[in-house]
Design a protein around this ligand. Structure first.
Ligand SMILES: Nc1nc2c(c(=O)[nH]1)N[C@H]1C(S)=C(S)[C@@H](COP(=O)(O)O)O[C@H]1N2
Ligand SMILES: [Mo]
Length: 367
């Protein structure tokens, strides 16, 4: 079982994410790796819609065009000469956790581990866009990857629109490095976009195109996929900022705990748009207790919060707990962010199962 695998030592590459589908390759972060403050690159979940393209750095170019003064293009060597920044970022697939929604939405059957916190380094996209001279009428940039395939009967590249202000924000990076090493092919080598604080669908991998547009983009990954669609079939907004959320990394699911022995409940919490986590509360609900999980009021304990490694990194939390009664418990964790958003008991159902951020739950047995 993944849970009992000790973390590999420095420089080791023993991790392999848990495969969800093999063609295209999609995989979740293993539990033991999720517990680390930063997720190692080779453990980080992978979400690919199409086959990983073969894109050697020496053949890579990014073209910035559309509503710009002069189209500008840059190669890998040139890009690496620009000033780099390092940003620790929660990377979360918008569909993370959708298997806990009922009825089960369409899409990849992610459990709770299509998430990680990764250290990226790269060049702010805005620095390059400046070279092209962005037209004042541009409202978005359309970022395009080198991968393509058939979606809803059409052959399309992977492409997403990003509002102008976010695209030009100094924290939006053309990332060349992840976890201290060059990007690996599965995570978007040689260059991927990283948009901190947004669902990871914004982070276009194998990035080759950036087009400034004066009308909102209407590509399939913008208007049909990665859109909140309600139970009446009404399409709302495309997924955007991450939602306030927590994950429990200890105890492990189904772990046996001893009555009267103190244990540490631990995890991470995050929110979107650079908003900090203000509070994490934890509650243990015994199987014989009434009113759960619909009224989890009372019995909540404030967890101690660690210091996140940056404004877009997750916040580690922990609380000590000594179970008194044998039996099954559900351990619940709920985060509140600095804007006052709180994890709901049940996430709002939507057809794609996006933004699934209910109170985190782990079941344990006390003997
Ligand atoms: N070009 C391209 N970029 C992409 C995707 C893709 O399929 N193609 N998937 C997106 C989605 S939905 C997610 S969740 C993240 C996952 O990033 P990772 O595989 O590095 O974890 O990549 C995003 N960028
Ligand atoms: Mo995703």
């Amino acid at each position: 079982m993944q849970l009992s695998v000790p973390p590999p030592g420095p420089g080791a590459t023993a991790w392999s994410p848990e495969t969800v589908t093999s063609d295209p390759y999609n995989a979740q972060t293993p539990s033991a790796a999720l517990a680390a403050p930063l997720t190692p690159a080779d453990a980080l979940f992978v979400r690919n819609h199409f086959e990983v393209p073969d894109l050697p750095a020496d053949r890579w170019r990014l073209r910035i065009d559309g509503a710009v003064g002069t189209p500008y293009s840059v190669g890998y060597e040139e890009l690496t000469a620009f000033p780099h920044r390092e940003v620790d970022v929660v990377v979360e697939c918008a569909g993370n956790g959708r298997t806990s929604m009922s009825p089960r939405p369409s899409g990849l059957p992610w459990g709770q581990r299509a998430v990680g916190c990764a250290r990226f380094a790269g060049v702010p996209f805005g620095l390059l866009a400046e070279r092209a001279g962005v037209d004042p009428a541009a409202v978005e940039f359309v970022f395009t990857g080198a991968d393509s395939g058939t979606v809803r009967g059409r052959h399309v590249p992977f492409a997403r629109g990003l509002p102008r202000a976010l695209a030009l924000h100094p924290d939006t990076l053309l990332a060349t490095r992840l976890d201290g090493a060059p990007l690996t092919p599965r995570h978007g080598a040689p260059v991927r976009l990283v948009v901190p604080g947004r669902f990871a669908v914004a982070d276009v991998k194998w990035l080759t195109g950036a087009r400034a547009v004066t009308e909102p983009f209407e590509g399939v990954f913008q208007t049909e996929e990665y859109v909140y669609v309600d139970s009446a079939g009404r399409a709302g907004e495309p997924v955007g900022a991450l939602l306030v959320k927590s994950v429990i990394t200890a105890p492990e699911p189904d772990e046996d705990l001893r009555r009267g022995r103190e244990t540490e409940v631990r995890g991470h919490a995050w929110s979107g748009g650079g908003v900090a986590v203000r509070r994490v509360e934890v509650r243990a609900v015994h199987e014989d207790e009434p009113n759960e999980p619909d009224s989890p009021e009372g019995g909540w304990h404030d967890a101690e919060l660690g210091r996140p490694s940056g404004p877009y990194a997750w916040t580690d939390w922990s609380v000590r707990w000594t179970p008194r009664t044998p039996g099954r418990y559900r351990i619940l964790a709920r985060a509140t962010d600095a804007a006052g958003a709180v994890q709901p008991v049940r996430a709002a159902w939507n057809a794609g199962g996006y933004g699934c951020n209910p109170v985190a739950v782990t079941e344990v047995v006390v003997v």
